[in-house]
Design a protein around this ligand. Structure first.
Ligand code: NCD
Length: 320
């Protein structure tokens, strides 16, 4: 059993986004994730079968490597039966709508659906039609809550806190659900957030989310503790947002020279997949003293265990 008495109940049926979650909600999920992260070695695997006989369905309408596999691994560590629906071979290819697919899966009485979809708001819509718990694994450019939680856990583990840190999110802010979820989470927990990128890739009223905007790396990175680099999300761009990849790397790609603008102990994060030589220098990405990119992947499993356990148990309590 988990003995940490400070853990309080998470009062939500679904995890659709970070926006609207309170500091206690976030700390509940982060504390539980931290507990799993500390006990993730092989000898503990039998201990965590909280979701035995529960059914978890991964429904991914967009490509994914780390998010889908880490939900799958997390569910298996908790003893759940994990099903993966690959859209490429599903009835969606025959013209079935999102809602019809969801209702069909719902009829199989899963305990939780983990959904990734290319449209903002699609996962929320789906959650209104089914009677199981729903976790958003990324909806268009809108939110990616488990990515923000795993980034926060990685930061907490390396820096010991989130409150008061200066954090820069750099690159394609416009098309990034990772940026949006991180802004909500890190702001709620008291960090100071900057976004850095070319004007074409920064949404117009982003300041209203409580961030400072910088259009160049030198001033943007000054004294920051954490640098979150983002991929150019070419699949979401209609038209040309950057003059050329070479120019982009020159001005916004993170390399050793630009890293000098940040605090001497600044830590680099990237949600993956990385485009080496586009937003980040390849050799710097592999420097384990400066980059926490692989730790993020490990924290991802712990965070998804915490989210699956919490949402499935809430559903069971509410007796839906
Ligand atoms: C991110 C996503 O899908 O939004 N990746 C991820 O979940 N690991 C970021 C990206 O695709 O660049």
């Amino acid at each position: 059993m988990i003995k940490n008495k400070s853990l309080k109940k998470f009062p939500h049926d679904h995890l659709l986004g970070i926006e609207g979650l309170s500091p206690p909600d976030l700390n509940y999920l982060l504390d539980l994730s931290d507990y799993f992260a500390m006990h993730l070695d092989k000898k503990n695997t039998e201990k965590f079968k909280y979701l035995k006989n529960k059914i978890c369905i991964n429904l991914f309408f967009e490509n994914s490597t780390r998010t889908r596999t880490s939900f799958e691994l997390a569910g298996k560590k908790l003893g759940a039966d994990m099903l993966n629906i690959s859209v490429a071979s599903s009835a969606i290819k025959k013209g079935e709508t999102l809602i019809d697919t969801a209702m069909t899966l719902n009829a199989m009485q899963p305990d939780v659906l983990v959904v990734r979809h290319q449209d903002a708001g699609a996962v929320k819509l789906l959650s209104e039609k089914v009677n199981c718990g729903v976790i958003n694994a990324g909806d268009g450019p809108h939110e990616h809550p488990t990515q923000a939680l795993l980034d926060a856990l990685t930061i907490k583990k390396r820096k010991g806190k989130i409150s008061g840190l200066k954090i820069a999110i750099c690159g394609d802010i416009m098309h990034s659900r990772v940026a949006r979820s991180n802004i909500h989470l890190l702001n709620t927990l008291g960090a100071e957030i900057r976004v850095i990128g070319p004007a074409t890739l920064i949404p117009k009223n982003i300041e209203s989310l409580g961030v400072k905007v910088f259009y160049e790396m030198k001033s943007g990175l000054a004294n920051v503790d954490i640098i979150i680099m983002l991929r150019l999300q070419l699949e979401r761009m209609s038209g040309s947002f950057v003059p050329s990849i070479r120019e982009y790397f020159r001005f916004y790609g993170l390399d050793r020279e630009k890293l000098k603008f940040a605090d001497a102990n600044a830590l680099i994060l990237h949600p993956g997949p990385m485009n080496r030589g586009v937003e980040i220098d390849s050799e710097l990405a592999d420097d384990l003293d400066r980059s926490a990119i692989f730790e993020q992947v490990q924290m991802g499993v712990a965070v998804r265990m915490a989210c699956l356990k919490t949402i499935v148990e809430n559903k069971a309590k509410n007796g839906k």
